[in-house]
Every structure is written in C-alpha cells, then in structure tokens.
Design a protein around this ligand. Structure first.
Ligand code: LLP
Length: 455
C-alpha cells in the first residue's frame, strides 16, 4: 500500500537556513555570503562575480566553500547522534571530498567512479556508503577491495554476488534498501518511496523480508540495518515520519522472526531547498526533532533499542552554495516573446528540461533602469526544449554581452552535465574570503577529441 504524503507545492514564506524572511535584496536563495555591489555586481564569498566571469570565462560555476561547510555543520548540530553522509551524486570533486571529510561527514557513492574519486582524495573508506540499484561487478569489487563501511543491497541477486567476492575470514557490512510505500518528492522522476519504481525491495510483497533472510544466511555478510530513500526535493517532515514508522515496524518483525535486533536505520536524503525566493525548504532542525521523537516512541512501543540513524543529504548541502554565471549571446524579440540566449544550457543544467524546475536568473554587472520584461532564458543547444528559465523578469534592455547569474546551482547541474553539441563542461571555481580558485577546469576541445580514437 502506498501512503500519499507528497510534499506541499513549493510556495510559501522563505524559511531557508538563513533563518530570515527578508528577501535580502532579492538574494534570499543565494549563498548567505552574497552581497550586492556597485554596478549591479554581486559578491559571493567576497569575490565579484563579474570579475570571476572575466577571469575564468563563462559559463562558470562558483561554489561558496563556507556555505558548503556551514551546511555540513548545521546537519551535525541538528543530528549530533546520527551519521550524516553526503550524497556525492549531487556534486563531487576532490575539494568537495576534502570539505565533507573535514566537517565530519561520511560519503554516499553509487559507482566505482565516485568511490575511486573519494578514495584518491583520501576519504576514509569505512565512512563510505555504497548504493546502486544495479551495481556492476566493478562497483562491488571496488567497494569490497577498498573496504567501504556499508553496502546497501538493492536487489536479491546482488546478495550472493556480493558474498562471493568477500574474502574468507572477513565480513562486509550491508544494509537492505526497503520500499516503505510512501509518495513524496518534488517530481515523479525523483520519487523513490513507492512500489512502482526501480529502487529498493518492497515490504508489501515481502521482498524486503526475503532479502533480509538471505543476507542473514550469508556468513560473509553482516546485516547492520535497513535503508530507505523516499525521494528528493521534499519540503515537509511528514513523509520522513511515515518512513520511520514503517521501518521501525519492520525492525520489530525482523527481531521477532530472526531474533536479531539491527543496530542501524538509514533514512536517506531528499531534503528540499528553495530555487526561487519564497519557495519552501525542508527545516532540518525541525526534521531532527520530529524524527528523533518518532523513532524513540516507535522503538519504545516495540521494545526495541533505538538504532543509530544515518541521513544522506546531497542537494541541501551543496545546492544553495552554487551560482552559475552565463553570458548573453543573443536576444531575440518575436511578436510575443523575448528569448535571451546564453552561452550554456541543458548540457550544464538539464533540470528545467527534465523536471520543469524553475530558476530565478538575475542580470549582474550592469545597472539597468529599463523596466523589467518577462523573458525566456534559453541555452545555446540545438533543441527548442533547451530552456533554462521561462517567463522570468529581466531588465527590458537586456543585450548580448550581459551577464546572467542563476543561484541554487550547486547540486545536480554539473554532476548531470553532458557532452551535448561538444560545448564542453564549465569549470568550478571555489570562493572563500575574497579568493577564487579553480577546482575543476573547463572541459576543452582537446579533452573531448582525445576519446575519439577510431576512424
Ligand atoms: N540517498 C540516496 C540513496 C539517493 O538516491 C539520493 C538521491 C540521495 C541520498 C540524495 O538526495 P538529495 O538529498 O540530494 O535530494 N537529479 C535529481 C535528483 C535525483 C536524486 C537521486 N538520489 C534533481 O536534479 O533534482
């Protein structure tokens, strides 16, 4: 059975982590360090975005290091008793690995590639959680070889495959990913708590219980707990409470059936952020209080010891820390619409095309007195669906050469970037204390042509 506790539409007062309802000069969904400067410039981490655009070229992704670190810390403060594991799929590079490690978080990876990057950057493997609905032999072998802390089993066939590669005399810790039957999340494509999607093992049809029995029967596997991830861009607490209830119930049934009390519960990530001023965000301290109470009550009722919690936020750690700056290449005024075409698009941000997500672009670096027009900001790619922001207000005299900045660009942009039209993926620049440094350089034509080895 699926309980529908879908999160509310993304409108309402700004309750972002900044804890303010003021719009901060239209910068409420920007990094907290963002401040307006002369000539309509904006400083992020003390760095002028127009200077960054000149120095690094456009498009450029600017990542506020302090914002990322503070977001990591605020999770640790809200959940001091839990493991906070950053979901690398939101955005990963070596610096990100370092920041997350220094702030005391673990890391969630879902491929041998993410795992290898984390390991190469020196991340302690025991603090890594490995995910994937279809882990390749390479994924599993790399995870076992490097000694990741936990592997989350997502299909029955994976259990024997995994057990077979664990060396004699050692035991791999695993969790079982459960489908709790809860509909939540910003878009159907990111709802993963229901029966009708590819992730996890159902409680309703008994596959979760079956997988638990199979893992318990494998001497080289140690079942440490249950996992669920109900979806992404969730802005209310309720679906998480429902998930905790369902999983606590299953923990009790496992105890009754197998006589084992699993010591861990991982409730995934999915914490929603605001992409535009006024949108809701998930209130993490409120989540912490309510989840803790629900878990303690449920365990008390079922006579279970309270398991250690794990959470896996991705977007809420890095999303609000990123700003992308594009340059306008063309402005086309048709009878009914104005198209403002920039030098990036769906190859660096596929989210509007995939999920219909709406962003709040801002003209920077030139003060305009022209009244705002409703325009459509489009990318440079060869399809009409390459729209970055539809019907957004921009200065009526917007013109080629102008700079357009888009906040809340830190998560699921570059990690989902593609090679479409061989445009090349933009660089990532970290800003902190007035200093900008390149973390990931721009992808060059040379990078792209190197892979093209045949004739
Ligand atoms: N844990 C697991 C097992 C996940 O699958 C995910 C995300 C997370 C944690 C982190 O979720 P977050 O806190 O970032 O919402 N591309 C989509 C989002 C896909 C999320 C996939 N899984 C987007 O751009 O909105």
């Amino acid at each position: 059975m699926t309980v529908s506790v879908a999160s509310t539409p993304a409108v309402g007062p700004d309750t972002s982590a900044a804890g303010t309802t003021a719009d901060r000069d239209g910068l409420s969904v920007w990094p907290r360090s963002a401040t307006p400067a002369a000539d309509a410039d904006v400083l992020v981490g003390g760095v002028s975005l127009t200077e960054a655009a000149d120095r690094f070229g456009t498009p450029v992704y600017v990542l506020d290091e302090t914002e990322v670190r503070e977001r990591c810390r605020s999770y640790r403060t809200a959940f001091p008793e839990a493991d906070i594991v950053y979901a690398a799929k939101a955005f990963l590079c070596r610096a990100m690995v370092r920041w997350v490690q220094e702030e005391g978080l673990g890391l969630d990876v879902c491929s041998a590639g993410e795992l290898a990057l984390a390991a190469a950057a020196g991340f302690p493997p025991e603090k890594i959680v490995m995910h994937g609905n279809a882990k390749s032999p390479e994924d599993l072998e790399t995870a076992v070889r490097l000694g990741v802390g936990r592997i989350v089993v997502d299909s029955t066939s994976e259990i024997a495959r995994l057990a077979a590669i664990v060396p004699a005399g050692s035991r791999q810790r695993v969790m079982v990913r459960v489908v709790p039957g809860i509909a939540a999340g910003g878009h159907t494509k990111v709802r993963t708590g229901t029966e009708d999607q590819k992730f996890g093992l159902s409680i309703t049809d008994g596959s979760a219980q079956h997988a638990v029995a199979r893992v318990l029967a494998q001497p080289r596997l140690e079942l440490v707990g249950l996992h669920c991830h109900i979806g992404s861009q969730i802005t209310t607490v309720k679906p998480y409470l429902a998930a905790v209830r369902r999983l606590t119930g299953l923990l009790a049934r496992i105890r009754d059936q197998h006589g084992v009390q699993l010591p861990q519960l991982n409730i995934g990530g999915g914490h929603g952020i605001a992409y535009r001023p006024g949108e809701d965000t998930l209130d993490v301290p409120v989540l912490a209080g309510r989840v803790r109470a629900e878990l303690e009550e449920g365990c008390h009722r079922a006579d279970l010891t309270v398991p250690r919690l794990t959470l896996e936020p991705g977007r809420a750690v890095v999303g609000p820390a990123g700003v992308v700056v594009y340059r306008v290449l063309a402005v086309k005024r048709t009878g009914t619409r104005t198209f403002v075409a920039v030098d990036g698009g769906m190859s660096d941000n596929p989210r509007p095309a995939l999920y219909g997500v709406r962003y709040a672009p801002r003209l920077i670096g030139r003060h305009s007195v022209a009244p705002p027009d409703l325009v459509t900001v489009v990318g440079r790619h060869c399809e009409a669906g390459d729209v970055l922001a539809d019907d957004v207000p921009l200065a009526g005299d917007v013109r080629p050469g102008d700079l357009i900045a888009v906040p809340a660009a830190g998560a699921y942009h570059l990690s989902m970037a593609s090679g479409y039209n061989l445009v090349g993926r933009p660089p990532v620049v970290a800003v902190v204390n007035g200093i900008a440094r390149t973390l990931v350089r721009r992808e060059s034509l040379d990078d792209m042509s190197r892979r093209d080895v045949g004739l």
